[in-house]
Design a protein around this ligand. Structure first.
Ligand code: ATP
Length: 591
């Protein structure tokens, strides 16, 4: 790439001046327009791109050594750029539905170093940015693994900052996948709030098919902290976390974004106690004033609102508030409150806790008329028991939990209303994030590593003929565990469904602990007894309920990267799994 200048006094990122960018763009425009999406990585670019394949943690990764350029021309989500004189004014009006940006803008972006496939799917989200190059970061270790991404801790060699690099799988043949990745980027660029993870930049190059999202490094996630046997939260700390979650949600909702996957492992926390909502992979734009049909296949099962389980295709902020209510009750009680094994079980648990939905409720929710819905007639009737089950919570906490877990989404009100509730206004007030304890690393992946190490040691002992059973630390006092993953609308979730199906043939679409592995819920491994919320010994003041001494397992996603696969094959797998599940359940399922 052409001239690269450092900008003194900036955040340390290396950038070009506007004139240089314009000159370079003009001189490269012709060449850029000839760049084809299908060119191979080894094609030589006039802008001195060197492509190297490096081995890292067993997987092959494409690393490009293109010149480093990246700057945020706008810190506050303002993507407007001044146009050179004489150039026709283009409308950069944001398009939530990712409609095509003007062709000449795409050309400029390719010239600026973005790969054409990326400009095609999310040109608008790239506005005002230039790509960072991969060799301006040094990978330290793998810290997370999601359905369609691997996350690495890395050092930004330009600024020295420690960052998280989320490597997303970008198969340019899979348009659906690209579309959802693009939506995540676009949404992240619209958001700017201390309690929402900020997309700091993108690492790619014109000829690259890989893409890294750069985020501030976050040391913990709430699922990891909550699952740690050594950590108990005080009410002040719970308030502090909840305040941050709700403030982040308030911002998302005010910008027309529904997160649709609020759960502990997506609530990232740094060493200063600041919580940021992360993983916008299932998020979507919404407009409360318009009717908008959306998928119900969102939100991890345990945190999924009843209207989604009931097939509502029109919904709003209530889905995130329900999840927030589940988290609040979980933090106060020390364990997940609605750990369903599948959708039917989840609905049943909700009914037992929140009461059977009324006729009014069914009239209100807008369900997909083309889908078969379970007949509600003849189902067991339950009375709402939220106030009984959580009777040990403080009155203010109970009142907020009761409101957030309302069956009618309208009654859940808004994040702003929740923030104004007595829970946050009465003593003990939320502590400041900086007053939260400094915790050792407690991510889900750390728990998984501990489990792997334990298994390795156990194997080694077996080989040595040692018979005595030692108790590993997490067996001593297991608490809330990270939840199973949701399935969802996008390809990544279709992939997820495939993996889940492989993991548990009985599962129609979810990954959940099978009965014999339900030790996490307070019962022995080997027991198939279900835990009813009413059986949980909740304590509101000490948050130190007694827990099972049995080992537990995390179920929040495969650690191994997925194999490349074709959409057709995936769909075949999914349909096969669905048929199998239907057979097992003895009824037909609408595919
Ligand atoms: N900014 C960050 N700092 C530190 N760790 C992070 C950061 N972002 C993500 N992680 C870790 O990586 C994991 C996976 O990230 P993320 O949830 O964004 O990916 P995903 O592919 O969408 O995952 P999933 O399939 O679970 O939804 C997280 O659970 C978290 O532990």
């Amino acid at each position: 790439m052409g001239c690269v200048l450092s900008r003194p006094g900036s955040s340390g990122l290396v950038s070009e001046s506007r004139d240089q960018v314009i000159t370079r763009i003009e001189s490269n425009r012709k060449e850029a327009n000839n760049v084809s999406v299908n060119k191979t990585e080894t094609t030589e670019e006039s802008t001195s791109v060197v492509v190297a394949v490096v081995a890292s943690t067993g997987e092959e990764e494409v690393r490009n050594d293109e010149a480093i350029v990246d700057h945020h021309k706008e810190e506050n989500g303002d993507t407007k750029e001044k146009k050179p004189k004489g150039e026709k004014k283009r409308s950069n009006k944001p398009d939530p539905r990712l409609s095509n940006p003007p062709k000449n803008l795409l050309g400029d972006q390719v010239a600026a170093g973005w790969p054409p496939w990326l400009t095609e799917v999310c040109g608008e989200a790239l506005n005002g940015w230039l790509p960072r190059k991969a060799d301006s970061f040094e990978k330290i270790e793998k810290i997370g693994s999601g359905t369609y991404s691997n996350v690495y801790k890395a050092r930004d060699l330009v600024t020295g900052a420690i960052v998280a690099l989320k490597k997303v799988r970008c198969d340019t043949r899979e348009q659906e996948n690209l579309k959802f990745m693009a939506r995540e980027i676009l949404i992240l660029r619209r958001l700017n709030h201390p309690n929402v993870i900020k997309l700091e930049g993108l690492v790619t190059s014109r000829m690259s098919t890989s893409l890294y999202l750069v985020f501030r490094y976050m040391h913990h996630d709430l699922a990891g902290l909550a699952a740690s046997p050594d950590i108990t939260f005080t009410e002040q700390q719970v308030k502090c976390y909840m305040k941050q979650i709700l403030s982040g949600l308030e911002h998302c909702h005010s910008r027309g974004v529904l997160h649709r996957d609020i759960k502990g492992s997506n609530l990232l926390i740094d060493d200063d106690g600041v919580l940021r909502i992360g993983d916008f992979g299932l998020a979507t734009f919404f407009d409360a004033s318009k009717r908008q049909v959306m998928t119900t296949r969102v939100v991890t099962l345990w945190y999924r609102a009843p209207e989604l389980l009931h097939g509502a295709i029109e919904y709003g902020v209530g889905v995130d508030l329900w999840s927030a209510g589940c988290i609040l009750a979980e933090l106060l009680s020390g364990r997940p409150i609605l750990p369903g094994r599948n959708e039917v079980d989840q609905e049943h648990r909700i009914n037992k806790l929140c009461g059977t939905p009324s006729e009014e409720y069914w009239k209100k929710i807008k369900r997909n008329p083309n889908l078969k819905h379970a007949n509600q007639l003849g189902k067991p009737q339950f009375k709402r028991k939220v106030r009984e089950v959580f009777k040990d919570f403080s009155p203010e906490a109970l009142s907020l939990v009761d409101r957030l877990l309302a069956l009618d989404p309208v009654e859940r009100q808004t994040a702003t209303d929740a923030l104004m509730s007595d829970f946050f206004m009465t003593e003990p007030l939320a502590c400041d994030p900086s007053e939260l304890p400094k915790y050792p690393p407690t991510k889900e992946i750390d728990a998984k590593k501990r489990d792997e190490e334990y298994r390795r040691q156990k194997e080694a002992r077996k080989v040595q003929g040692e018979s005595g059973r030692r108790i590993r630390p997490r067996e001593r006092a297991p608490r809330a565990m990270p939840a199973p993953e949701a399935n969802a609308e996008n390809q990544s979730n279709i992939n997820r469904m495939r993996l889940i199906t492989h993991a548990n043939a009985k599962s129609k679409s979810e990954k959940f602990p099978p009965p014999h592995q339900d030790g996490s819920l307070g019962f022995q491994v080997g027991s198939s007894r279900r835990l009813d919320p009413s059986e949980i010994p909740f304590t509101s003041n000490s948050f130190t309920a007694t827990y099972s001494k049995e080992p537990f397992q995390t179920w929040s996603g495969p650690l191994a990267p997925e194999e490349p696969d074709s959409t057709a094959k995936r769909m075949k797998d999914i349909n096969k799994a669905r048929r199998k599940a239907a057979k097992l359940k003895g009824k037909s399922i609408v595919v």
